[in-house]
Every structure is written in structure tokens, then in C-alpha cells.
Design a protein around this ligand. Structure first.
Ligand SMILES: Nc1nc2c(c(=O)[nH]1)N[C@H]1C(S)=C(S)[C@@H](COP(=O)(O)O)O[C@H]1N2
Ligand SMILES: [Mo]
Length: 199
């Protein structure tokens, strides 16, 4: 599919496009509901559940190691974007000072605006996952999740919570917003885990 909104992958891009996906020309915004208004001075990020309860300020996050990274982005609605460049804090660096209970195996992402999405701890704690505040060299636009969003490149992008402001560590799997509304609990684009496998 090519034309106004999609471009054809080149030969070397072909194997980076998951089944049923098409390359978007721009970087579409995909939000359920409206973009929350967030004042940086009031911004905070909470960690709770099976972890030492912690509240991080914006300055705390800026004091963490900052890394530029490039990642592919796959929305379940069938558009993908390759080689998106971001800057942010690696998830493993972000959580370095947090003591997790050994029973923690699942995580609920919480956001300004009320969106939630669940992720397994193993899927979250990967080197290629980041909390990003900069997109293509500019402060992350509010529509794309600014001031801070998660980026989890190996799963469909509904797992990459925009305006993220909390992680709740859990022993048992739980379901976030889209997962309760028909999407797959994990969302691997390579095996096309779009829809829930539950009755
Ligand atoms: N808080 C929040 N995060 C969200 C969403 C949302 O509606 N609210 N949409 C998800 C979906 S379905 C996708 S594809 C990506 C879209 O990110 P973008 O708008 O920056 O392209 O954000 C994900 N994170
Ligand atoms: Mo999406």
C-alpha cells in the first residue's frame, strides 16, 4: 500500500516491517481521548506495589543517564515508522535505585489522563526500552506523550504509554485499558498479537 499516507519499504527495510503493517509517511498521533495538560513543575512519577514506594520529580529524571536511541514503532492499527530517533533514560537506569520485591512479575503503566497498559516485567526490563522526553531532537510534543513517555519498540505501540506517571509492580498479570477492550495482553507485532486470545 503506497500513496498519500504510506510509503513502500525499500528492500533492506522489508524485513523490519511486521506482518500486516505499512510504513507511515509522517508520525501519526494515536490517542484515545484528549491530550492531558501537564505542568513540568508539578510533574511527578510514582512507583508502588511490589517495589519500594518512590516519587520522582522531573529533576530526578533529568539527573539520570541520558541516551539517544533509534527505534522502530509499530501501531496495531497497521502503521509502522522505522528509525524514530529519541532521547531519554533507559528503563533499567530509571529503575536502578528501586528495590523490587522478588514476587514482582507484571507491571501496570499509569498515565496522566487515566490511560493504563500492562506489561510483563521481562518485557519492560529490556535494554532497548526507554522513558523518552525528546523526539527527533525536539522536546517531545504533548500529542506524542510529552513531557515523558515510555518507548517499548518490540511490542505494539499501545504498550508505549504517553504521559506516563507511574509504574505499579504486581505479582499477577493484570489488564490495562486496551487489553480490557479486546487487545492482546502482550502485543508482539511479529506474531501479530493484535486481539485478545480470551473468550
Ligand atoms: N496515555 C496514552 N498512551 C498511549 C495511547 C493513548 O491513547 N494514551 N495510545 C497508544 C497507541 S495505540 C499508540 S499507537 C501510541 C501512539 O503514539 P503517538 O501518538 O506518539 O504516535 O501511543 C500509545 N500510548
Ligand atoms: Mo496504536
Amino acid at each position: 500500500m503506497a500513496g498519500k499516507f504510506f510509503s513502500k519499504p525499500t528492500a533492506d527495510q522489508q524485513d523490519r516491517v511486521p506482518p500486516g503493517q505499512h510504513l507511515a509517511k509522517g508520525f501519526p498521533v494515536l490517542t484515545y481521548g484528549s491530550t492531558p495538560q501537564i505542568v513540568i513543575d508539578d510533574w511527578e512519577f510514582k512507583i508502588w506495589g511490589l517495589a519500594t514506594a518512590t516519587t520522582l520529580s522531573w529533576d530526578d529524571v533529568m539527573a539520570m543517564p541520558q541516551t539517544e536511541f533509534t527505534a522502530d514503532f509499530h501501531c496495531v492499527t497497521t502503521w509502522s515508522k522505522l528509525d524514530v530517533t529519541w532521547t531519554g533514560v533507559r528503563v533499567t537506569d530509571f529503575l536502578r535505585a528501586v528495590d523490587l520485591d522478588p514476587a514482582a512479575a507484571h507491571v501496570m503503566q499509569h498515565c496522566y489522563g487515566g490511560y493504563t497498559t500492562n506489561i510483563a516485567l521481562d518485557d519492560l526490563m529490556r535494554d532497548e526500552n526507554f522513558f523518552a522526553h525528546t523526539l527527533m531532537g525536539e522536546p517531545l510534543p504533548a500529542d506524542h506523550g510529552g513531557p515523558l513517555r515510555l518507548v517499548v519498540p518490540h511490542l505494539y505501540a499501545w504498550k508505549s504509554a504517553k504521559w506516563i506517571n507511574g509504574l505499579e509492580f504486581l505479582a499477577q498479570p493484570a489488564l490495562g485499558f486496551w487489553e480490557r477492550n479486546g487487545y492482546h495482553h502482550r502485543g508482539d507485532p511479529w506474531t501479530v498479537q493484535r486481539y485478545s486470545d480470551r473468550p
